[in-house]
Design a protein around this ligand. Sequence first.
Ligand code: NAD
Ligand code: AHE
Ligand code: ZN
Length: 378
Amino acid sequence: TVGKPIQCKAAIAWEANKPLEVTTVVVDPPQAGEVRIKIVATALCHTDAYTLDGLDPEGLFPCILGHEAAGVVESVGPGVTSVAPGDHVIPCYQAYCGDCMFCKHPKSNLCTSVRAFTGKGVMKADEKPRFHTLDGKPLYHFMGTSTFSEYTVVHEVSVAKIDKAAPLDKVCLLGCGVSTGWGAVYNTAQVQPGTSVAVFGLGAVGLAVIEAAKRAGASRIFAVDINPEKFEAAKQWGATDCVNPKDYDKPIQQVLVEQSPSGWGIDYTFECIGNVEVMRAALECAHRGWGESVVIGVAAAGKEIATRPFQLVTGRVWKGTAFGGYKSRVQVPDLVELYQRGETKLDDYITHTLPFDEINKAFELLHGGQCLRCVLTF
Ligand code: NAD
Ligand code: AHE
Ligand code: ZN
């Protein structure tokens, strides 16, 4: 049986730098290899704001943004076997097919099965979007997830099935920022006990890095932000030292090398802002001989990183991570279980909750500096 289009509430991003329009859209039924999900809760990540601000080279308008969410499968298209209607799921912008060269490689989570299509805002089956306005104007998908809609259609390879007992309005955060911070520590850097860590940018991603670094047994955790209001949370999460670059009249990399336990730099550093100057500082304060610096932040179109090659010649390693290196469909259910065992601070990242209709207020909160994550419910 072929499903019917659904009319539901969604937030349309008509163009960059304009508020979203909360209105009724049409969501077509899932085609072969696709899943239609009823979104129960969606958070906002800085990357949604980045794309809405017109900074994403892949940004397409009009579109439906959103990529940090949880919901319930409404229907599935032909050939879908891994989920069924009623299953609780987290949409994963980082897909996992299990079959491609990248899924099969132990060192990568950059599945290629649908990436070319999600980058173009369409579905693989017919290279068209499943969203349109009531008068038939197509609306692009975003990151293969488009969770700012009561119903969305995603590729089967982008759906992680999770335990039904998990609260969707909490575990939605595992769809992006918190998982990314944890994975950057456990998978990308593989932080070792007794080492030093520096975290630049103390939003949800940076705090998740701190949480994981503490769990990994780091003995010193430097938390760096230009907003000193962020330091209280950083200490609660496990930072041992808080540093505001504005308090110094020398480069922050020099400050951190001087404060580092050995005097030669910090074992692992993480950039959680998306600022290429800070990426340089994070690399340059990494330990001489073996320090590793992980780029997590997403920089605006046209921005490039630079450093003296000597920094690498003398043993520093520059890395990056997407979704913390987690193989999404396989590992997101495990992260949900970790939360259910009470072993994480996941709840503490939710500083605000709002009804979906107030999504534009949530974007203002995100820009404000007080908000880690705002969860919207339908
Ligand atoms: P956020 O805006 O909540 O946090 C950024 C923090 O950086 C803020 O506390 C801000 O005060 C601080 N900051 C800004 N400029 C600074 C500077 N010059 N020096 C020190 N601190 C500074 O963002 P977030 O949601 O935590 O996301 C962080 C970044 O990670 C964003 O760029 C986001 O797009 C990116 N991200 C990447 C991935 C990935 O898979 N690679 C996943 C999620 C998010
Ligand atoms: N589309 C942008 C880059 C955006 C980007 O790097 N996104 C991260 C996830 S941010 C989540 O909040 C990512 O995983 N990138 C890998 C990928 O395949 O998209 C650009 O520069 O074109
Ligand atoms: Zn995100």
